[in-house]
Design a protein around this ligand. Structure first.
Ligand SMILES: C[S@@+](CC[C@H](N)C(=O)[O-])C[C@H]1O[C@@H](n2cnc3c(N)ncnc32)[C@H](O)[C@@H]1O
Length: 264
């Protein structure tokens, strides 16, 4: 998967087709590889309390454009972490003009080495899926939060196209029963959720339509691998939602103020 992301971020930096795709589907070109549009990012920013004076970690930040957008909208300071060296190279170019509001590090979600009790907010925008053990990752980022810190995750869960319908555990779709909910509870965190599944469906339909219109442009750029990967995603999600086997949520967990952060 890492090789895919190195190719993806290398291609995206020069792809007018992908920039048009993101702008038309998500409302702004932030080189998204997740499923969050501008409305979802704004909802995440409000829920987690991003504002001037707040320092947030963006886990799986890609090339930093989402972090830059959130910093611009809210005045918060953002640090992004991603394992793609190419993505972080591009992100650091953005940081250079940010007067210290943005910084970026190469790191692996599965081997996090974060300074303890440092961040006010941790964001995971369509990245927790890459954790080998959600509870371990959540404990690691929780330890990096200050007392009273907030953890905001945009998270989709559903049947992948290669999983037979009867084998998908539909009883785990409600927000309090997903693998992420289990991991938050295992880390001692209670949480609130918002259901974004209707928006996810609309965005999947829109992704398909816009991709079809941009097919020739992706082909002319030599970037059909992006077209195919994104089309597969969009169609898989649209189909699974139609079957009632896919959901998307915003999860928000808040640490108690002035108590143990759960580290160790
Ligand atoms: C689905 S994309 C989401 C990117 C961005 N947050 C967005 O919403 O567009 C997943 C991101 O996680 C990064 N990633 C995947 N596995 C990772 C890992 N083990 N450690 C750190 N980053 C990882 C990828 O490079 C990619 O930028």
């Amino acid at each position: 998967m890492k090789a895919f992301y190195e190719s993806f971020y290398t291609a995206v930096a020069r792809s007018a087709a992908h920039a048009t795709f993101c702008a038309r589907v998500f409302g702004r070109d932030l080189a998204q590889h997740g499923f969050a549009n501008v409305a979802q990012l704004e909802q995440l920013a409000i829920a987690t309390g991003l504002r001037a004076g707040v320092h947030a970690l963006d886990l799986g930040c890609g090339n930093g454009k989402i972090a830059a957008f959130l910093a611009e909208c809210t005045g918060a300071r953002l640090t992004g972490l991603d394992y793609s060296e190419e993505a972080i190279r591009q992100a650091r170019e953005l940081a250079a003009g940010s007067e210290g509001r943005l910084s970026f590090v190469v790191g692996d979600i599965n081997h996090l080495e974060l300074p303890p009790a440092t961040f006010d907010v941790v964001l995971a925008i369509d990245t927790i899926y890459f954790s080998d053990d959600y509870a371990t990752t959540i404990r690691a980022v929780t330890a990096a939060l200050r007392p009273g810190g907030r953890l905001g995750l945009l998270y989709s869960y559903g049947r992948e196209p290669w999983v037979p319908r009867e084998q998908f555990p539909a009883e785990r779709l409600p927000p309090e029963r997903t693998p992420l909910a289990d991991a938050l509870r295992a880390s001692g965190l209670s949480f609130q959720t918002w259901n974004l599944t209707d928006a996810e469906y609309d965005l999947a339909v829109r992704r398909r339509a816009v991709l079809e219109e941009l097919h020739e442009q992706f082909a002319a750029e030599g970037n059909l691998f992006i077209y195919e990967q994104r089309m597969g995603d969009a169609e898989g999600i649209r189909q699974a939602i139609t079957e009632g086997l896919h959901a998307r949520y915003l999860y928000l967990a808040e640490l108690p103020t002035g108590t143990d952060t759960g580290s160790g």
